[in-house]
Design a protein around this ligand. Structure first.
Ligand code: NAD
Length: 301
């Protein structure tokens, strides 16, 4: 298959990421089928995709007419057989549960044409965990998106059984939907940006949990030298502290590293109070006006 042969994209899972990826593919002219397990979920998803279109219009990136035409290219369905018809590439965004992802791939392997390429948007799992379930390991790679409103960077991660032509084709597909493509040369526990970000989080949390420096001074140091509007603790608030805690505590258990455990316990104090970051208006900082965004923050005034 060549990039010109890809016309129909199937998105599995119409949640946060499925909605964004569906919109992005339709925005770049693909026919998109959006599959989820119920009509109610799909109705809600289509409403949210409509809002995403409105956001693109408000940012001056699309006109109202273009946004309307994009929505017309997305067909929601809760019928798996119908969803799989004549599909060239699949982008899976069901919840981060290895058993569920494996079952969904096995189900769609039975239904999709033989030529169909499968990709997963998993954040923390690796593609070889599901390669067998897809029934087409050579046609399967991870194609991992970030929030499409703030970035256009994706990672392509192969597993040892992936065919090189398929890896190249997925690269070309990602370029065709306007993405900067980061190619991992091999399977790795973590994508490129996420790996760097977790090291930054680990260092920031270690400094604060050992009481070496305050949360504000850790952020002040990063922001003052890197000239960024936000530091590591501010970023953790944006990601959500329950997510940061689950990842930190998962690695603490897996590695047995006492510092990772101390870092997880440090975040847990906030999670237990319901301070989950930006989304609950309280995390390491208070929102909507966090102190790090105030004019005197860097000078410590
Ligand atoms: N949220 C993020 O910022 C982000 C970023 C990159 C990658 N990811 C990854 O993307 C995937 C999805 O994350 P999300 O945040 O969109 O999750 P979500 O919970 O918002 O959406 C998941 C969707 O999958 C649906 N689903 C459940 N079972 C299904 C099945 N059997 N068949 C089809 N659909 C089913 C759910 O109904 C739901 O609509 C995860 O693997 C996550 O790790 C998330």
């Amino acid at each position: 298959m060549k990039i010109e042969d890809i016309r129909r994209v199937l998105i599995l899972g119409a949640g946060t990421m499925g909605q964004q990826i569906a919109f992005l593919c339709a925005m770049h002219g693909y026919e998109v089928v959006l599959y989820d397990i119920s009509a109610e979920i799909l109705e809600k998803a289509m409403r949210r995709i409509g809002k995403l279109g409105t956001w693109f219009v408000s940012m001056g990136k699309l006109t109202q007419e273009q946004s309307g035409a994009i929505l017309q290219r997305i067909s929601p369905t809760d019928d798996p057989a119908q969803a799989a018809q004549d599909i060239d590439i699949v982008s899976e965004s069901v919840p981060e549960d290895p058993m569920l992802k494996g079952a969904v791939f096995a189900q769609f392997n039975e239904l999709c044409p033989e030529r169909t390429i499968f990709t997963t948007n998993t954040s923390t799992l690796v593609p070889s965990m599901f390669a067998k379930d897809t029934g087409r390991p050579e046609k399967f790679v991870a194609l991992h998106f970030h929030d499409v409103r703030i970035s256009n960077v994706v990672d392509v991660m192969p597993h040892p059984g992936a065919a090189q032509e398929v890896v190249s084709l997925v690269h070309d597909f990602a370029r065709s939907i306007g993405q900067i493509v980061i190619m991992l040369k091999k399977e790795n526990n973590g994508y490129v940006f996420n790996t760097m970000l977790s090291s930054l989080f680990f260092s920031a949390l270690t400094l604060a949990s050992r009481n070496v420096a305050s949360i504000e001074d850790v952020d002040r140091s990063w922001m003052g030298i890197m000239h960024t509007p936000i530091g590591p603790f501010g970023i953790m608030d944006q990601v959500g502290l329950s997510t940061v805690w689950s990842i930190t505590s998962y690695w603490a258990q897996k590695t047995g590293d006492p510092q990772a455990k101390a870092n997880a316990d440090f975040i847990k104090q906030y999670v237990d109070k319901g301070s989950l970051g930006f989304k609950t208006k309280q995390g390491f900082y208070s929102y909507p006006n966090p102190t790090y965004a105030e004019p005197g923050f860097l000078s410590g005034e």
